[in-house]
Design a protein around this ligand. Sequence first.
Ligand code: ADP
Ligand code: MG
Length: 690
Amino acid sequence: MFLNELNYPVDRIKGIGTETLKDLKNLGILDIKSLLKHYPIRWEDRLTSSPISSGKSTGFVNTLVKVIEHSYIGFGSKKTLKVLVQDKTGYLSLICFGRNFLEKKLPIGEYFYIYGSNIQYKFSELQCSSFEFEKYIPDTEPKQFNKLLPIYKLSGKLTQHNLRKFIYSSLVLYGEHVTTELPRSILDKYNLIDKNRALEYIHFPMDHKILSIAKKTLIYEELFHLQLITGKKVINRDVKPKTKKQLSTKLQERLINKLPFDLTKDQKAAIEDIIRDLNSTKRMNRLVQGDVGSGKTLVALLSAIPIIESGGQVALMAPTELLAKQHSEKAYELLHSVGIRTAFISGNIKSSSRKILLTELEQGNIDLIIGTHALFTQDVIYKKLDLIIVDEQHRFGVKQRMSLKDKGDNPDILLMTATPIPRTLTLTLFGDLDVSTIKTMPVGRKPIETHLSRIGNEEKVYDFIFKELIKGRQVYFVYPLIEQSEKMNLKDAQSMYENLQKIFSSYKVALIHSKVSEEDKENSMNDFNSGKIDILVATSVVEVGVDVPNATVMVIEHAERFGLSALHQLRGRVGRGNHQSYCFLIYSNLLTDDGKKRLMTMKNTNDGFIISQEDLKLRGPGDIAGIKQSGFMQFSIANLVRDIDIIELAREDAFKLLKDDPGLLSQENSSLRELYSVAPPFSSNFITLG
Ligand code: ADP
Ligand code: MG
């Protein structure tokens, strides 16, 4: 167990009052433990000397100087102090904007350590207006110099100096209670250090080498814990076998034959994988990943049939009501004719109808129920829930996904996602997941043509849209905002809805976004589906799943404001039928480099795998929907992309440990700490800080 002292509220530290407490809370710092875990975002190198002569090329100095002269530039109240200093290599002028009081603090003839950045050669001298200094006292270690100075994320009125002091005090007072959780053998294997040392050195490293060891230790530890949890899941899954089934696929085949098209090769393979899993004694935990429009939802529905034929129930969860509703209509269309009883449940239905629905479900009169996470609230009782399908699983949070686990008796689980992630990450995040990949697109699909268009050229886009509308096609317009915002000068869905009605006056336009009532949303969606509405103006609510094959144009305005995966998902709303489809990305003049890269990626490829790789590169894994949602992202120091090598090592080590010591499987993680914790002596030689 973590010793209690580390759980003490952070205001045990001297100097932390109510105001500071609030600022710390904003940073997620509540107790000593979280204070110690507030790692620096970077370290300022005040160790390596950087003399004035090199300042011109490097832009910064870190050196010991003597004050030579005071002078003023400008006049009256606007005059600014200029302090000329000198080191062994040259002269530098410190420009003290708004800091004329420094005249007293930097007396002529005295020596100071200075750290200055933004050094510029101006008016034939080297100048610096952004600098920090500390008085040189012979035979005394400086407080802020000669070291790697930690720089922290701040909040409110907190200063770097205060935060350093608090962290320093907590290390001195409570550092000895930090125990090493990693097995000694692993520390030795990778030359890692004890946890308390690692904490000291991550905050106050003596040099680069010790800093890198501290980092490595903490990263490894974090990933090792992650892999232990994963490993336990993997091993425990095999412990509780299912009874072997011999499911009939007769009905499934009948329905496949009735489809107006052939399944693609990969759809067939995925269905085969799923049937094999369902029949085996191991509980299924399979992820089907495939690009938008590759036909995953159909695979999901078809997979439900053998379970239902054998008398089991299936629950299909979708991330939005809109999508759930659409699935339930599709399911009804597909399955009703063969006597399968489907139902739709939402958080919004009246309690009287809900009651009836729940009774039917409990009595087994519903075979396939479709809904949002409302499917798994406590009062929903299943008679025989054998299969849970989660569509667009990357959209769900951990909590929502966890709520599934309590339903049914160890049901099989099938996850669908359009956000493919690299295999190592998949293994890490889901541990025990088997994966089927749908790469082949249904025949007849034409790649979507993507055009980039600068704001101001919308006319051309509108002209083009008229031509599509005349052919009877439908169009989406997507905006980043629902309503006009004073803070941002952006087009919004509401105003553009009004605008577009005027521009396309002979066509029917509808508006949907998250503030529109479920009922109105549903009506608009139904009308768009049936072709009664030609143009749908929306926010990213249409991002997932919406399937209207007759829609051929997707216009995204302020496209630079959307992430890559959102853009790809949005574009995936068109190109779902046999008609050539188009995506117009309208961007504003203010493009960042990353924004440019995102748009170019969209223009250059339709391949979701390439796009997700690019996304990973541009944003790091934290922002990628699926990973963020997985709940494993509360890393304080590890990074799933950068630390991929350590992930693999930690995985091997953790799995080996579990194999060698199966007793661990039934233990809570905290017991692991007890088993392997060694309390090393508190090191006394770490640097002092004022
Ligand atoms: P996803 O969920 O992968 O985005 P969907 O399952 O919604 O894709 O399928 C997109 C569209 O393609 C739907 O209209 C679906 O009926 C259709 N579809 C699915 N599989 C095929 C296929 N093999 N051939 C032709 N159309 C298909
Ligand atoms: Mg889908």
